[in-house]
Design a protein around this ligand. Sequence first.
Ligand code: PEP
Length: 254
Amino acid sequence: MAERPYIVGNWKMNGTRAMLSEARAIDRSSQRLMKVEVALAPPFTLIHAVHREVEQIGVGAQDCHAGEEGAHTGDISAGMALDAGAKFVILGHSERRQNHGETNTLIGQKTVAALAAGLRVILCCGETEETRDEGKAESFIARQLRASLPDSVENVEDVLTIAYEPIWAIGTGRTPTVEDIGAMHRSIRAVLVDLYGEEAAQGVRILYGGSVKPDNAKELLAADDVGGALVGGASLTAESFLGIVLAAAELQDQ
Ligand code: PEP
């Protein structure tokens, strides 16, 4: 695992102000688990409120527009997310790709916009079950990354995180084997080294995401080159999310 694992909760389209107590509880407990970097990406409507509630954990957005401002009804720019209290943004999540037709090119433009605005980026990639069964998962992911990552990024190790999330594992309770996760993360690392050079690329954390729960977190986080986890369903309550954070902290102690 990475020197300081990164555990990020993606609340998706869940949460009203009634859920602020969960964010508070996650924040309080995270203050005692400093060896793990913890963050939450609530819906846009809660970014500012969560930002005001918490002291320790990071707060981020789940998407942003590629433009700075203008006539884009319903959209939010990176600068607006930053202004609301976000420090990072999740881009290229498979639900955005599937439900909103987001392409690698658009995700690349959003990445450039987010970094320019001063947000850190968690860039998601992931293959369908069909692509995995065809034995093409690694080449597919390499193509996704090369088509959406900028050629050069200043301080890439500080501002970029990759999240490998096989689509067939998201919200399904199914996960790849630790061997498959390790192989994919090594393959992603090779793409990063090719793009950004050995030294910088080694500092970029690669998260695993897809049905991470308290009871499988330790095994998944121990897979080769896993720098943390992007967590959907299990991030919605402090109890289950903190179970994952604790698993990461315990692995650090081993
Ligand atoms: C996700 O959508 O980013 C995710 C990992 O979801 P879940 O943990 O629910 O599979």
